[in-house]
Design a protein around this ligand. Structure first.
Ligand code: HEC
Length: 140
């Protein structure tokens, strides 16, 4: 009899540990955010934010990004509801803590539902879209 009881205890203990691990992982994912490497932070945007560049970036946003990030970059695109994590809202304070280089690295690399644009957009197109995003918020 005691052997059976022991097995149950171990079973529930393991179950508890699995739940604990899952909770901690989910929490960690939410908290750690998405951090670009130091080298990316220092990368300089080679394209000046001219009217022409911003207009190009706006068009790219409408074609490729609005589905998730929204037409106005508010993060409320039509596909955003079902996504976890949620697409970033580019308005307001978003850009304050993120350099152009970090944006570039994230758009190039992708993570989770956010696609990698390394092969979808040219280098210039990625900088244009960043110049557009920068018009939506304050940035360094
Ligand atoms: C299929 C949905 C989807 C599309 C399309 C998409 N994104 Fe995203 N994007 C996301 C999600 C979700 C995140 C949050 C990812 C995370 O935090 O792990 C994100 C994050 C980002 C970030 C990082 C923001 C931060 O503060 O860390 C940038 C920059 C970005 N997207 C730019 C773009 C651009 C530019 C396009 C179009 C060329 C685009 N995204 C298209 C879903 C999408």
């Amino acid at each position: 009899m005691r052997g059976v009881e022991m097995k149950y205890r171990i079973f529930y203990l393991l179950l508890g540990l699995i739940f604990l691990t899952m909770t901690v992982l989910a929490f960690a994912h939410e908290k750690t955010g998405w951090i670009a490497p130091e080298s990316a932070k220092k990368m300089k945007n080679p394209i000046k934010p001219t009217k022409d560049s911003i207009q190009k970036g706006k068009e790219i946003n409408e074609k490729k990004c609005a589905l998730c990030h929204g037409d106005k970059g508010d993060g409320k695109g039509s596909a955003s509801a079902g996504l976890n994590p949620k697409p970033t809202n580019f308005e307001g304070s978003h850009g304050e803590s993120m350099t152009d280089g970090e944006h570039f690295w994230k758009i190039t690399t992708g993570r989770g539902p956010m696609p990698s644009y390394e092969k979808i957009l040219t280098t210039e197109e990625r900088w244009h879209v960043i110049n557009y995003i920068n018009t939506l918020s304050k940035h360094p």
